[in-house]
Write a protein that binds this ligand. Structure first.
Ligand SMILES: NC(=O)c1ccc[n+]([C@@H]2O[C@H](COP(=O)([O-])OP(=O)(O)OC[C@H]3O[C@@H](n4cnc5c(N)ncnc54)[C@H](O)[C@@H]3O)[C@@H](O)[C@H]2O)c1
Length: 246
């Protein structure tokens, strides 16, 4: 476990907007060096310019995480610049609500690849560097859809379930190498572009700024296998408890 994150490297996917952007801002405030991955190139450049303007050492990498070869190139670019990350947060995801009758194989593969295939590729790429560095922390963004089924989530649900399974295996395999692997669910309705498209009006009444969830991600960046690992965490509850503890 490390207390001071200043100068440590983080890789955050889906950092151009929403929760990933809030996590990147929180890590920048800790003085971390940041590799930020997203498919929305213009937005990502603006985020990187804003964080760099505030003093962060920041590398924006435009990449479609549904594309295996492009994902490998992107994470190797991050590793070349910063070395082993202290934390990898795979936050990017796509949720397109389609029923079994509506969805095509290509649609299904795209969502699954962004969520699950990219989790594997990114984790595989940082695994040996983290071992050589003496440890690290890997985090996948989970959801209620990681443990339950929802209508019209034919791709999203199984992909999020798959991340839970990958986490459980890697937490065991990471133990001797001091690598923590966890999933984390927001735990509260969050005001993000994904929620704009998918929430009901009722859910939108109670949504919160994703910045309120970021203490949980700072906590996770400090972890290794001597701390919290193999868990499915709740970002809202953890952030609240860290806030009241601090
Ligand atoms: N919004 C919610 O209520 C909610 C609930 C449960 C879980 N989550 C999870 O939290 C995470 C963040 O959600 P959010 O609400 O901020 O979503 P969002 O859609 O607002 O942001 C997701 C980011 O991922 C990026 N992304 C999508 N496809 C990509 C691709 N092919 N390549 C690279 N980047 C890509 C997007 O461009 C975007 O910047 C996701 O994993 C999501 O599944 C969100």
């Amino acid at each position: 476990m490390i207390e001071n994150l200043k100068g440590a490297a983080a890789v955050v996917t889906g950092a151009a907007q929403g929760l990933g952007y809030a996590i990147a801002q929180a890590y920048a405030r800790e003085g971390m060096r940041l590799a930020l991955l997203d498919v929305l190139e213009d937005k990502l450049q603006r985020v990187a310019a804003e964080l760099a303007g505030a003093g962060a050492d920041c590398l924006p990498i435009a990449v479609d995480l549904a594309d295996a070869a492009a994902t490998e190139r992107a994470i190797h670019q991050a590793l070349e610049r910063f070395g082993a990350p202290r934390v990898l947060v795979h936050n990017a995801a796509l949720l397109i609500q389609r029923s079994m009758l509506e969805i095509t194989l290509a649609d299904w593969q795209r969502e699954v690849n962004i969520i699950l295939q990219a989790a594997f590729i990114l984790s595989k790429a940082v695994w040996e560097p983290m071992i050589r560095a003496g440890g690290g922390s890997i985090v996948y963004l989970s959801s209620g859809s990681g443990i339950k089924g929802f209508v019209k989530e034919v791709a999203y649900c199984p992909a999020k379930h798959g991340q839970e399974g990958l986490m459980k295996v890697l937490a065991l395999e990471g133990q001797p190498f001091n690598i923590a692997v966890n999933t984390i669910t927001p735990g509260a309705p969050i005001h993000t572009p994904m929620s704009e498209s998918n929430y009901t009006d009722e859910q939108k009444r109670d949504w919160v700024d994703p910045a309120l969830l970021t203490p949980a991600f700072v906590f996770l960046a400090r972890q290794d296998a001597s701390g919290v690992t193999g868990q499915r965490l709740n970002a809202w509850e953890l952030s609240q408890s860290l806030g009241s503890a601090g």
